[in-house]
Design a binder for this molecule. Structure first.
Ligand SMILES: [Zn+2]
Length: 241
């Protein structure tokens, strides 16, 4: 598993510099160069990578060799999947982020992995739970054998929302993940996702939650909240060795 930051690429401001998405206005050729750099550093073969078409939904998609290379140099044909799953050795799943919560899952009793894009909407739609259910249904995975990584994303320090959004989030994910003090309510996506994974049966010792805020660290990571809509995307890449 690898998680990139915004450094070491060729894109110019405001996409500087290792931007992995052309969906926010960056030059596609620069993005493809950046992706190649990431693949080279992480030892991935470009033809083994699959890039999803993320829509803040709750669809989980199993991918296999027939999907190899999809979405790498042109728009992904995969229909709106915010979680990708595979058991194919050598394949790499690439998901893109600018504040949303990246989740990597691996069943260590067999070679089954998943990458999940869980922003506020995904969290409310229980995309991580759906992914773990998918692992169980399709591969017989027991959550006791699953390890999880929750990567850099917007933290409760910075994720202010309006009252209606806070109420909706509290209803779906739990009031304890809405922080209230002076000013606007703030959401704790990190704890909400960790709680969701625990609820699915993943033990606390098998969850690594890095609790690094992309908005506080926007010099290091792309952040929609800090930079505005014209910014880049970093990537979570998950693979079976
Ligand atoms: Zn922050």
């Amino acid at each position: 598993m690898a998680f990139s930051n915004r450094r070491g690429g060729v894109s110019h401001s405001p996409y500087d510099s290792l931007n992995l998405s052309w969906n926010t206005g960056d030059v596609a050729g620069d993005v493809i160069d950046n992706r190649r750099r990431l693949f080279e550093i992480s030892g991935a073969d470009q033809d083994s990578v699959v890039v999803s078409n993320q829509v803040h939904g709750h669809k989980v998609l199993r991918v296999g060799p027939e999907h190899s290379g999809v979405g790498v140099t042109q728009d992904s044909e995969l229909e709106g999947a915010d979680a990708l799953v595979t058991d194919q050795p050598g394949m790499r799943l690439l998901l893109l982020f600018a504040d949303c919560v990246p989740v990597a899952l691996a069943d260590i009793s067999q070679t089954v992995i998943a990458g999940v894009h869980s922003g506020r909407a995904g969290c409310q739609k229980k995309i991580s739970t759906r992914t773990i259910e998918h692992l169980h249904e399709h591969f017989g995975s027991d959550a006791a054998n699953v390890i999880a990584y929750i990567g850099p994303s917007i933290g409760p320090c910075c994720y202010e929302v309006d009252e209606n959004t806070a109420l909706s989030f509290a209803e779906d994910c739990g009031e304890q993940f809405v922080l209230r003090g002076d000013g606007r309510p703030r959401l704790d996506l990190w704890s909400a996702v960790e709680h969701e994974l625990s609820d699915c049966g993943i033990s606390a010792g098998n969850i690594e939650n890095v609790r690094t805020c992309t908005c506080c660290n926007s010099n290091q990571y792309f952040s929609h909240r800090a930079d505005g809509p014209k910014t880049g995307r970093q990537g979570l890449m998950v693979g079976v060795a």
